[in-house]
Design a protein around this ligand. Structure first.
Ligand code: AHR
Length: 499
């Protein structure tokens, strides 16, 4: 890497698109200890009167989630939603096939609605397109959204919820391209089933927005043909195409891992191209956007099968500094691709592949928890088209990449902005000039940084605060220029306002 200073050029008039608030969403699945012992744990000293973990909800509120997707995931494709409503003592215990666990059904749709209200977030529900059928999907929409006076809405009322839940976002299945999926279908069969389901769901409630299952990742042999085929069949009935992606450092090649944003952007670019192609081919006026409704780091090899036990420990990854820097880049990509990316849900919000872990009496926050919290709280308004001129670092997987990964936002209403900067170098600081080109007098209000010298450093129960975001001194801005030195392996957030 050369010694040249990095330069980040911003202009509040050079925008990409409004940042959809739904980019800061989460995902909660009946898998491992996400629901049981994570969200819902009547046995915990932290449980409220409904069995919801108060400490977990407080941590989630701090992260300002705008939408939570539920109940799965692979779980969805074997789930009968009727098992999870009505008096708890009558709900069946079942062998749950996706994660080979015992499902007690003590938490279901209505408990999830109560949880969403508690943390002030919107629900996003899935309908089962694997073992489930179109009729059951319609019944759930009617149960949730119809005013009283019909069989399913009266059933909801009899369960204690007189008013409709008014669920707006609906996933039409989950990862139906994957042979691991219960009831997996080929693209044409799924496209047709999803199209019919969405059509009838929208007949029941025209206000809902539907999400078509796209490719489970960019390594699927059917990618991106699956996306094209299903979109061509179901285009007019769908509002979003779902994409999923899990990243990892399997090769223990940290330099490449810290350039993961390259893969994320390629994935979005390909699917944005597919959306444009299908729209043109259909001669359609309708738009479909992307919903990245499962994203996270996941590779450390924890078990994923529960051996027919309740709330087994599954996929409880311990995330470290390098994982947090990959998460920061992911969020940068969300802003840089905000013209097409309108929903994103991190998988998952607690315990399972999550930066938040529970014990009966406590909570552990991994480094990436703080990264998400900063971005979800400060990225507002429009994403800016940032020009970055930076020295390059060499990587085995992606060749040379700029040492900095950057995104920025500006909210014209409040005249406040935010800049999010990752220094992906393992060893070198990056002296950086930030230049505002729009001629406005800007001031940096606050600055936070998360960094460390060892990419593998993590927060553990016995030392929970090794890697946290800390307030740092703010650089002064003179003649539209601020200078800051970004340490290696760091994520820095600057909030700004027009002086
Ligand atoms: O989030 C864990 C699992 O990953 C989900 O159930 C599935 O959709 C994906 O493969």
């Amino acid at each position: 890497m050369s010694n040249t200073k990095a330069q980040v050029f911003l202009d509040i008039n050079r925008t990409i698109a409004p940042i959809s608030p739904l980019l800061f969403g989460g995902f909660a699945e009946h898998m491992g200890r996400c629901v049981y012992e994570g969200i819902y744990d009547p046995e915990s000293p932290h449980a409220d009167a409904n069995g919801l973990r108060k400490d977990v909800m407080e941590a989630l509120r701090d992260q300002s989630y705008t939408v939570i997707r539920y109940p799965g995931g692979n779980f969805l494709s074997g789930y009968n939603w009727l098992d999870g409503v009505g008096p708890k003592e009558g709900r069946p215990r079942r062998r749950e096939l996706a994660w080979q666990s015992i499902e007690t059904n003590q938490f279901g749709t209505n408990e999830f609605m109560r949880f969403c209200a508690e943390i002030n977030t919107a629900p996003m529900l899935g309908v089962n397109m694997g073992a489930g059928d179109v009729q059951s999907a319609c019944a759930l929409v009617e149960y949730c959204n119809a005013p009283q006076g019909t069989y399913w809405s009266d059933l909801r009322a009899s369960h204690g919820f007189a008013k409709p839940h008014n669920v707006r976002y609906w996933c039409v299945g989950n990862e139906m391209d994957g042979p691991w999926q219960i009831g997996h279908l080929d693209a044409a069969a799924y496209g047709n089933k999803a199209m019919e389901a969405a059509k009838l769901m929208k007949w029941l409630d025209p206000a809902i927005k539907t999400v078509l299952c796209g490719s489970s990742n960019d390594r699927m042999p059917t990618y991106p043909e699956w996306d094209r085929t299903t979109l061509e069949i179901a285009w007019e009935q769908m509002d979003y195409l779902s994409i999923h992606y899990y990243a990892g450092n399997q090769a223990n090649d940290t330099a490449s891992y810290l350039a993961s944003a390259v893969s994320f952007e390629r994935f979005v670019d390909t699917l944005e191209g597919t959306l444009r192609y299908v729209k043109a081919r259909q001669r359609s006026k309708h738009d479909v956007h992307l919903s990245w409704d499962e994203w996270q780091v996941w590779y450390k090899g924890d078990p994923v099968q529960g051996n027919w036990t309740e709330a087994p420990h599954l996929a409880e990854e311990i995330y470290n500094l390098e994982d947090a820097l990959v998460v920061a880049q992911w969020l940068n990509v969300f802003l840089r691709k905000s013209q097409v990316l309108k929903i994103a849900c991190v998988a998952q919000i607690v315990n399972v592949i999550s930066w938040l872990h529970t014990r009966k009496d406590g909570l552990l926050k991994h480094p990436s928890y703080y990264v998400f919290k900063l971005v979800s709280n400060f990225a507002r308004g429009e994403a800016l088209d940032v020009l970055v001129k930076a020295p390059q670092v060499e990587t085995r997987q992606y060749d040379a990449v700029p040492v900095l990964d950057v995104s920025a936002s500006y909210n014209a209403e409040t005249q406040q902005g935010a800049i999010f900067l990752v220094n992906r170098s393992l060893t070198e600081s990056a002296p950086t000039d930030i230049v505002w080109q729009d001629g406005k007098t800007v001031q940096v209000d606050k600055a936070w940084q998360l960094s460390g010298s060892d990419p593998k450093e993590a927060n553990l129960w016995e030392s929970p605060n090794r890697i946290v975001a800390k307030a740092i001194s703010t650089p002064s801005v003179e003649a539209g220029r601020a200078t800051i030195t970004l340490p290696p392996l760091s994520f820095t957030v600057l909030t700004t306002r027009i002086a």
